[in-house]
Every structure is written in structure tokens, then in C-alpha cells.
Design a protein around this ligand. Structure first.
Ligand SMILES: *Cc1c(COP(=O)(O)O)cnc(C)c1O
Ligand code: SF4
Length: 466
């Protein structure tokens, strides 16, 4: 598959891939079940990425996460070796000075078109747009620095806290919320800092849920991560540990047997990862997720809504369905934060609501994440939904479903309800009738469900006739 992908990419670099082709691909996501065999077969063929052609790399090297980390693309010059046709490299250089650049060879191999038409390219390669700061963007829109009682620990919510264990990631996502931290100096928390965090957590037993994040904690050596986990597990009030990591997406070979065997000793451990586009669901990433799931680690996914990447109901539908197949539960869909350098990724809130409107009812509820705005000024996470409550009276609440059917939900019968009000003659029709219990529902003329029911009835009759 990797071989195929790379070939595709090369042929696609000159002429751009037609919209039809990419749609067809979304309609038919890779058969994730057949993963291991095909992955093994592929690994036997050399990987023809441009810089690697100079010195052929072995299957063992490619599958080694440390090799991937060491061979990350770190400069625009290196990028040019991969993508000679890169437009305006000088400006991209400035963008990468402002916000560090790193792409693993694995993640780079997912790029099929070296330009903004490609979702992986957009997420991994610096863009000129990063040099432009819209009027509302700040360095730390979530005011995390103000919610840090001790360095590296963000205590924002009553019962949970977030640990910034490292500033390093395998790939520096161009849309990262912590652009102020990530990659500027790849550093790990010191033992002294960690001790202060542990002391704080001991003084605050109300914190039951700790999220180890960064940066990406899975860039740490397994032994270092184990030390952190062991220290945390010494705190009796800490009930669950979550790991926030993009490794399954950007460096799936990080999820080794050794790692999952270590993690499972510190249960309950949850992992939240960050897939944004179906192209990221490769045999390798599927294998990484299945391996974590097999170790009893519940997996969630946090996507960010990004213009040009996944601001489409169909792309997200494909993504969320595919995630469930690899046992990852879509958890959050984030509105892009107001962080400097991401103006070009921002979508209006209405786009997210439009997408939620589309998903509800069409997809398994398991596949639908909560759409969340992490509000500026440290407002925290605010879930948003289309409006499903249309009207209310003391006796009835009027709801509408995804099909546009309007239903009345009668409230419990209580002694002190006001008498129903009698309308003037001629006041007929409308939602008001549903709100006062005069009608139980209003229904659109055309609903797929109605057609299904009618067809069923016709079928039933046909059966009876026989
Ligand atoms: C998102 C976040 C959490 C976790 O929030 P959940 O809604 O429980 O997933 C905790 N702390 C901080 C600072 C966060 O930003
Ligand atoms: S992996 Fe996460 S923390 Fe690291 S750059 Fe990407 S979004 Fe930011």
C-alpha cells in the first residue's frame, strides 16, 4: 500500500488529482481488516520516497519509531528534496522559523499531492498563512498559562487536570493549539518539576483524572513514560489516567508490544488520539489502534475542524465510520482555536453545526462526537448542537428531530399547571398547537423513513397475497 501510495503521489504531483478520484476513494475506505497481511507484503518492497532512494532503507528501519523520529523532515531544504515543486519556499522557511517544522517519513508518505489540495500536506507542511495573524488570534487563547498552579500542570476543571509532559511531537501539526509550546525547544519535564506536579496532585485529591499530553508523551522513551506513570499511580486520589497522543496517526510504529504491555500495568488508562482525515487511516495506524484496544485501553478521537482538510460532512462521515471499525470512538470535534498562525484553517461555527445536523440520525450514535468550542479567555469547552428545542409551554416541550419532524413531549402531570389557554376561533395550525398539546406532532411530507414504512407495508401485503 505504501508503495502504491507513493507512486500515486508522484503521478499526482504534476497534474492535480481529479475531484472524482478523491471522492471515489472516500467512498471506499481501505479494508482495514485485511491489514496485517498486506502490511507485511508491502514492507518487503523498498520505499521509494525521494530522499530515501539515495540510501535504500530496510523494512526494519521503517518500522522503527526511533528511526522515524531521527529521520524527520526538519527544514524547508529537506522538504524540497521530497517535494521539489514546492511553491514559495522562502516564505515557508519564515513560517517554519516562527513555528517549528517536523514531519516523520511515514506521515510524509501519506502526502499524495504536494500542495494545499492535499489534507496531509496542509496539516504537516508550513503555510504562508501562518505568518498572518488575524485580529482575534493570541498565543495562548485558552489562557492555559494562567491556569498553571505549578509549571506544566493545567488545572482548569474541577476534577481533572492536564500535564504538559514534553514539548516534543513526532509531527508539528500546523494547526496545533499549543504552537507556543510545541517544538520550540524539544524538552521533557524535569524530575524536580514532576515532583512539584505530584505534590500538587496530592494536595488536590479532587483531581481524579489526569491527562498526560504535551507535546506528545509517546515521543518519550517507554522507560521515561513508565517512570511518570508509576509516580502518578502512587497518588491514591487519581482514578484514571489519559494519554493524549497523535502517535497512532503520525508515527504508528510507536505503538509497540513493549509499550502496550507497559501501559496496561497502570490501568485504568485511556488514550485519546487525533485523526482528522480518512487518508490517515492506514493499515499501520489501524494496527496501532487495534493493539492499544487489545490491551484494554479505551480509545477516543479528537478531531479539529480545519478548512480545506475536513470541513465537509462527507469527509467526516467517512472518518468517523472508519474510526469505529478500528475500535476508536469519536469523542470531540473541535472548532479551531483562536491561536496565532492558524487563521487560514478557521471555519465559521455554522460549518460545524451544519455538519452535526447532517451526522445526527444518519450515523450510528457511537460515530458522532461532541462538537466543542474551547472558548477564548479560558472559557473552557462549550458543547454546541443545532437547536432541537423549538418551543415550550408549561405542559409541553416541542422538539424536532433530524428529519424535521416536530413532536410534542408532554410534561409530567403536576397539580399546579396553569389551565390550557383557549385560543380565538381561527387560530389553527403551527408549532403553537404542538406546544399546547393540541397536536402531538407535525411531520414533513417526505421522509425516507415514511417511504421505508410504506414499502414495508406493500411488501407485507404482497407476502400475504401469496
Ligand atoms: C480538554 C481539557 C481537559 C479534559 O476535558 P474533558 O472534557 O474531560 O475531555 C482537561 N483539562 C484541560 C486544561 C483541557 O483543556
Ligand atoms: S501532536 Fe498534538 S501537541 Fe503535537 S503538534 Fe500535533 S496537535 Fe500539537
Amino acid at each position: 500500500m505504501r508503495h502504491v501510495r507513493t507512486t500515486e503521489r508522484r503521478s499526482a504531483i504534476a497534474p492535480s488529482m481529479s475531484a472524482r478520484e478523491s471522492e471515489a476513494e472516500l467512498d471506499h475506505p481501505p479494508p482495514l481488516r485485511a491489514v496485517s497481511n498486506s502490511a507485511a507484503a508491502e514492507l518487503n518492497s523498498p520505499i521509494p520516497l525521494p530522499p530515501l532512494e539515495k540510501e535504500p532503507i530496510s523494512q526494519a528501519q521503517w518500522a522503527d519509531w526511533r528511526w522515524q523520529l531521527r529521520h524527520r523532515i526538519r527544514s524547508v531544504d529537506q522538504l524540497l528534496e521530497y517535494f521539489p515543486g514546492l511553491v514559495n519556499p522562502e516564505a515557508l522557511g519564515r513560517a517554519s522559523e516562527r513555528f517549528p517544522l517536523a514531519v516523520t517519513p511515514y506521515y510524509a508518505s501519506l502526502i499524495r499531492v504536494a500542495g494545499p489540495a492535499d489534507p496531509i500536506f496542509l496539516m504537516a507542511v508550513p503555510q504562508i498563512g501562518e505568518l498572518f495573524d488575524g485580529p482575534f488570534l493570541t498565543e495562548d487563547p485558552l489562557s492555559e498559562e494562567e491556569d498553571m498552579p505549578v509549571p506544566g500542570l493545567v488545572h482548569r476543571y474541577p476534577d481533572r487536570a492536564l500535564l504538559i509532559a514534553t514539548s516534543a511531537c513526532a509531527v508539528y501539526c500546523r494547526h496545533c493549539t499549543r504552537k507556543r509550546v510545541t517544538g520550540h525547544r524539544e524538552g521533557v519535564m524535569t524530575r524536580a518539576e514532576l515532583d512539584r506536579v505530584v505534590a500538587y496532585l496530592r494536595r488536590h485529591p479532587e483531581i481524579r483524572d489526569l491527562i498526560i499530553s504535551g507535546g506528545d508523551p509517546l515521543t518519550l522513551a517507554t522507560g521515561v513514560l513508565q517512570e511518570i506513570l508509576a509516580l502518578l499511580r502512587g497518588i491514591p486520589s487519581l482514578e484514571i489516567i489519559r494519554i493524549g497522543t497523535r502517535a497512532p496517526v503520525t508515527m504508528p510504529m510507536r505503538i509497540t508490544d513493549e509499550l502496550v504491555q507497559m501501559l496496561r500495568r497502570y490501568h485504568p488508562v485511556y488514550v485519546n488520539t487525533h485523526f482528522n482525515h480518512p487518508v490517515e487511516l492506514t493499515p499501520e495506524s489501524a494496527e496501532a489502534c487495534l493493539r492499544l484496544a487489545d490491551a484494554g485501553i479505551p480509545l477516543g478521537n479528537q478531531s479539529v475542524l480545519l478548512k480545506g482538510v475536513n470541513d465537509s460532512a462527507e469527509v467526516l462521515e467517512t472518518l468517523f465510520r472508519a474510526l469505529l471499525r478500528i475500535r476508536v470512538r469519536p469523542y470531540y470535534l473541535f472548532q479551531c482555536d483562536l491561536v496565532q498562525g492558524v487563521e487560514h484553517f478557521r471555519t465559521p461555527i455554522s460549518r460545524g453545526l451544519e455538519i452535526m445536523e447532517y451526522l445526527r440520525g444518519r450515523l450510528s450514535g457511537l460515530a458522532i462526537p461532541t462538537f466543542v468550542v474551547d472558548a477564548p479567555h479560558g472559557g473552557g469547552k462549550i458543547p454546541l448542537l443545532p437547536n432541537y428545542i423549538l418551543s415550550m409551554s408549561p405542559s409541553h416541550t416541542v422538539l424536532r428531530n433530524f428529519e424535521g419532524m416536530i413532536v410534542s413531549y408532554p410534561e409530567p402531570i403536576a397539580g399546579d399547571q396553569p389551565d390550557p389557554w383557549t385560543p380565538r376561533v381561527g387560530t389553527v395550525g403551527g408549532v403553537w398547537e404542538v406546544a399546547t398539546g393540541r397536536r402531538t406532532h407535525l411531520q414533513p411530507e417526505r421522509m425516507a423513513r415514511q417511504e421505508r414504512r410504506l414499502a414495508g407495508r406493500r411488501l407485507g401485503r404482497a407476502d400475504a397475497d401469496q
